[in-house]
Design a protein around this ligand. Structure first.
Ligand code: DGP
Length: 112
């Protein structure tokens, strides 16, 4: 499988890690759109929100349990936004489920 984020998980492509455990990796986005822009991904390959099922959804809760501490570690201790883009109209460019944590500044009130 040729998945960019699977290659980051394996270490084949280097990343600026913020947090890692057996199930989750969090690393800084290569093109940050805020002072803190961290991506949180499951180590198991899930394509997108559309591919979340009752069999694989436990990792999503685990990611959300960890997001507050990852956000603080990443520099968004004063509040943040969590975004996941899904599919063509959602402008998903990497087809491995990921959650953007954006913060480190006062964000615009509206995303679109
Ligand atoms: P999305 O457009 O929601 O699929 O977000 C994909 C994000 O992945 C985008 O903000 C840029 C980031 N990205 C793409 N390639 C790399 C990479 O090689 N390293 C890192 N750290 N981030 C990447």
């Amino acid at each position: 499988m040729d998945c960019l984020f699977c290659r980051i998980i394996s270490g084949e492509i280097p990343s600026n890690k913020v947090y890692e455990d057996d199930d989750i990796l969090a690393f800084r986005d290569i093109a940050p759109e805020a002072p803190c822009h961290v991506l949180v991904i499951p180590k198991t390959h899930i394509e997108s929100v559309d591919a979340i099922t009752s069999e694989n959804s436990a990792i999503v809760s685990k990611i959300f349990e960890k997001i507050p501490s990852i956000a603080k570690a990443g520099g968004a201790g004063n509040g943040y936004r969590v975004i996941t883009n899904c599919g063509e109209d959602g402008c998903q460019s990497v087809h491995h489920l990921h959650f953007h944590i954006l913060g480190g500044t006062k964000l615009p009130e509206h995303v679109v």
